[in-house]
Design a protein around this ligand. Structure first.
Ligand SMILES: Nc1ncnc2c1ncn2[C@@H]1O[C@H](COP(=O)(O)OP(=O)(O)OP(=O)(O)O)[C@@H](O)[C@H]1O
Ligand SMILES: O=C(O)c1ccc[n+]([C@@H]2O[C@H](COP(=O)([O-])O)[C@@H](O)[C@H]2O)c1
Length: 190
């Protein structure tokens, strides 16, 4: 069976923390590919800036472009509305019954997994893969395959603040993504 990792996120913007976690899981579990999947509307997150779905998709495309084992999954953007992972995974399983899906989450998501929509059914449908994140417990009563990886204290929130307030962005996100953000004037970037 084909083994596919799904890294769902808001990616506002995507950063090297996302690349590192995808790469660590890809190698540790010997996956065939990892798909970065931007959500339409995040179930538990308020978004208070002007970036559009199109902007986030473009940034994710730029992020993964150099790596042939990383792909972009657009199913949630196409569906629109609130992106409940359970609904997405039912649709993906229907579309690709022969694939074993590994849903990759960071520590903050591990800690709050019990609050997810239809979590019991979702846990039957996919294998969760967890990556620890500084400032979180990264613990869950659910069955999660934990992958040992370098812990990165980096978030999209920090990057948005750097764009707005000034400060170095070097090594935090690829130069192509930084250039795109400046061209589009996202996050108050100057
Ligand atoms: N530094 C990190 N370490 C571990 N997991 C991470 C890290 N950054 C993001 N993730 C995980 O990647 C997935 C997508 O994250 P998301 O796109 O929301 O980025 P974020 O940095 O958490 O954003 P924000 O700061 O806007 O909340 C989530 O499962 C999240 O837990
Ligand atoms: O389905 C849910 O109830 C649910 C609740 C919180 C988060 N998720 C998914 O988890 C992924 C990471 O979420 P976020 O908010 O960190 O971008 C993303 O794919 C979300 O759609 C899903």
């Amino acid at each position: 069976m084909k083994k596919v990792g799904i890294l769902g996120g808001t990616f506002n913007p995507p950063h090297i923390g996302h690349l590192i976690m995808a790469n660590e899981v890809y190698h540790a579990l010997q996956l065939d590919e990892v798909r970065f999947m931007p959500n339409a509307i995040a179930p538990h997150k308020k978004k208070d800036d002007e970036s559009t779905n199109e902007n986030r998709l473009r940034m994710v495309e730029l992020l993964v472009k150099p790596y042939k084992e990383f792909k972009v999954e657009t199913i949630e953007l196409e569906r629109g509305g609130v992106s409940y992972t359970y609904e997405t995974m039912v649709a993906l399983k229907e579309r690709e019954p022969d694939v074993e899906f590994y849903f990759i989450i960071g520590g903050d998501m591990i800690d709050t997994l019990h609050t997810w929509h239809e979590i019991e059914k979702l846990a039957e449908l996919v294998r969760f893969v967890g990556i620890k994140r500084p400032g979180t417990k990264s613990e869950s009563p659910y069955n999660i395959i934990m992958v040992e990886a370098p812990e990165i204290s980096l978030s999209s929130t920090l990057i948005r603040k750097r764009f707005a307030m000034g400060g170095t962005l070097r090594f935090l996100l690829p130069p192509e993504v930084e250039a795109y953000i400046r061209k589009e004037g996202l996050y108050g970037a100057k």
